[in-house]
Design a protein around this ligand. Structure first.
Ligand code: ATP
Length: 299
């Protein structure tokens, strides 16, 4: 059973079409990234999954149950959009205790605080928490209900690199135990590190949905940065290699190519006795695909 099955979802706010015929399938135990430019409809879509709003058109099934017209959180779903809702005057532990009382069913408060790395500040008031600590507490609040679908709007916001790694570890463990996770993010490197599948939204429409490696395969020509022992020879060799376009021939050579042409260029450089000291995509495959697809949609 899919955790989410959405077909033809449309949601308008007055004249603004926030979602326009969106289809989405989330398999159980998957960590799915939701990306798109500002205003693409990510928060609106996540809000529908959390039961904060209902679609104007289309059908939505969550954890096997059709979503009706009532504004209620579907059973088994937890998370947040636009930052977690917390009581600043209460401590982290008191916030979670208040939520547990409201919701009835609950995991251990100490366990979820430990999961997100907040045990040491459990009895501190949330008023004094940094953005990253609030995000972690928001995740703890979601974990309290032991959800089968976790919906998180930019959960890495404000997290330092260690915090991000910690949260990624928590989400990966949940997914390994069959929990489905959907996260929105503006950070392509986070999505690449965490997710196996991604949906790209642009102006309310899905412009790509599927595995990350399929996305890279569909957008094969990328810009690569090449640092060598001899920039002049490198630029000349690149210009002579079939399938290579020289984008910039300064100290650092930038070429546009698919992988086979790039391999040929590296072999030719080695044969010419030129050492390759650095070779890397200028932007990641996901970021390149994101830019290409969203620019196309905007046009
Ligand atoms: N409550 C609302 N009232 C009116 N318009 C809204 C409302 N919520 C969203 N919109 C509009 O719907 C569109 C999609 O907004 P949404 O917040 O879902 O985008 P987003 O992809 O999450 O953007 P961001 O990356 O900036 O957070 C935007 O044009 C936004 O202005």
């Amino acid at each position: 059973m899919d955790a989410v099955r959405a077909r033809g979802i449309t949601k308008c706010f007055g004249d603004v079409v926030a979602l326009d015929g969106v289809d989405l399938d989330l398999a159980a135990g998957q960590i799915h990234g939701l990306v798109g430019p500002n205003g693409a409809g990510k928060t609106t879509l996540l809000g529908l999954l959390l039961g904060l709003a209902v679609p104007d058109e289309g059908s939505l099934e969550i954890l096997g149950a059709p979503v009706g017209r009532a504004l209620t959180a579907p059973d088994g779903v937890a998370g947040f959009v636009d930052g977690p809702g917390l009581y600043p005057q209460l401590t982290a532990r008191q916030n979670l205790a208040a939520l547990a009382k409201l919701r009835g069913r609950s995991a251990s408060i100490d366990d979820v605080l430990a999961d997100v790395g907040l045990s040491d500040v459990a009895d501190d008031k949330v008023r004094g928490f940094s953005l990253g600590m609030r995000q972690r507490l928001g995740l703890a609040a979601a974990l309290l209900t032991e959800p089968r679908l976790l919906v998180l709007d930019e959960p890495s916001n404000g997290l330092d690199p260690a915090g991000k790694r910690h949260v990624h570890g928590v989400l990966t463990r949940l997914a390994d135990n069959g929990v489905t996770v959907i996260v929105s993010s503006h950070r392509m490197d986070d999505v690449e590190a965490l997710c196996t599948e991604v949906t790209i939204l642009a102006t309310g429409r899905v412009v790509f949905t599927g595995p990350l490696d399929k996305l890279s395969a569909e957008n094969r020509e990328l810009d690569y940065r090449l640092r060598t022992s001899d920039p002049l020879v490198a630029a000349e060799t690149a210009a002579e290699t079939p399938g290579i376009t020289v984008v910039d021939s300064g100290e650092l050579l930038v070429v546009r190519a698919e992988i086979p042409a790039l391999d040929e260029l590296v072999s030719r450089l080695v044969r010419a006795g030129t050492a390759v000291r650095e070779l890397a995509p200028v932007v990641s495959p996901l970021e390149a695909a994101f830019l290409a697809l969203t620019e196309e949609a905007a046009r």
